[in-house]
Design a protein around this ligand. Structure first.
Ligand code: HEC
Length: 187
């Protein structure tokens, strides 16, 4: 009896240590996994905050590399230079010359304050960026607005709902015959 007891204690002590080590291993394996899930969900939540009211349109990644459709200029008081660019679906549609634009078309209007060139007085160059405006074609999702979803962003953040209520009215009234798009390709 006195010889067996310590042996038993030793065994349960070893079992406890083994279990503790196992638990530690499981925890250490899971923690990085849980952290990676949390990090992966982070940007998705940021995306929702960065989406336009009403339409849920976001600034498309890579738009600064998109092809130019046409530049434009806005008179005072805005005094802006603009460039309308499009994704490949938009460019293909323009080249085919077919309306309406297919689903997946994205048009972005970039805008900058007009600035006098510091090197050459008569030259006007882009100053500070002012807004980024986006139109996304999804004929089902945006059926109520001609198939277009709108987004207007200042400093990367969407402007308020009231401003987003104005987009469709003007595009519908003035550009109806061209699938609600004003910009024609620059010659
Ligand atoms: C009062 C009229 C008016 C309103 C309101 C308006 N737009 Fe436009 N939009 C234009 C005109 C005109 C153009 C042509 C380019 C230019 O002159 O800047 C244009 C061009 C665009 C383009 C490039 C594609 C195209 O149709 O040529 C996008 C994208 C765009 N607007 C988004 C928006 C968004 C988003 C809103 C709402 C926040 C909005 N617009 C509100 C008049 C308007």
């Amino acid at each position: 009896m006195t010889l067996i007891e310590p042996e038993k204690n030793k065994r349960s002590y070893v079992t406890a240590i083994t279990l503790a080590v196992l638990l530690l291993v499981v925890l250490l394996t899971c923690v990085p996994y849980l952290v990676s899930i949390a990090l992966a969900e982070g940007p998705a939540q940021v995306d929702r905050a960065d989406a336009s009211p009403i339409f849920g349109v976001t600034i498309p990644p890579g738009y600064k590399q998109w092809e130019l459709i046409a530049p434009a200029e806005e008179a005072a008081p805005l005094d802006e230079l603009r460039a309308v660019v499009g994704n490949q679906t938009a460019i293909d549609a323009y080249q085919a010359g077919k309306l309406p634009f297919p689903d997946g078309t994205i048009l972005v209007k970039r805008a900058w304050k007009r600035k006098q060139s510091p090197e050459f007085a008569s030259a006007t160059i882009p100053g500070a960026a002012t807004t980024v405006q986006v139109m996304v074609k999804d004929s089902r999702k945006y059926a109520a607005t001609g198939g277009w979803g709108f987004g207007r962003f200042v400093g990367g953040k969407p402007v308020d709902e009231a401003q987003h209520r104005t987009c469709w009215g003007c595009h519908e009234a003035r550009a109806r015959s061209r699938d609600y798009v004003f910009t024609r390709p620059a010659p």
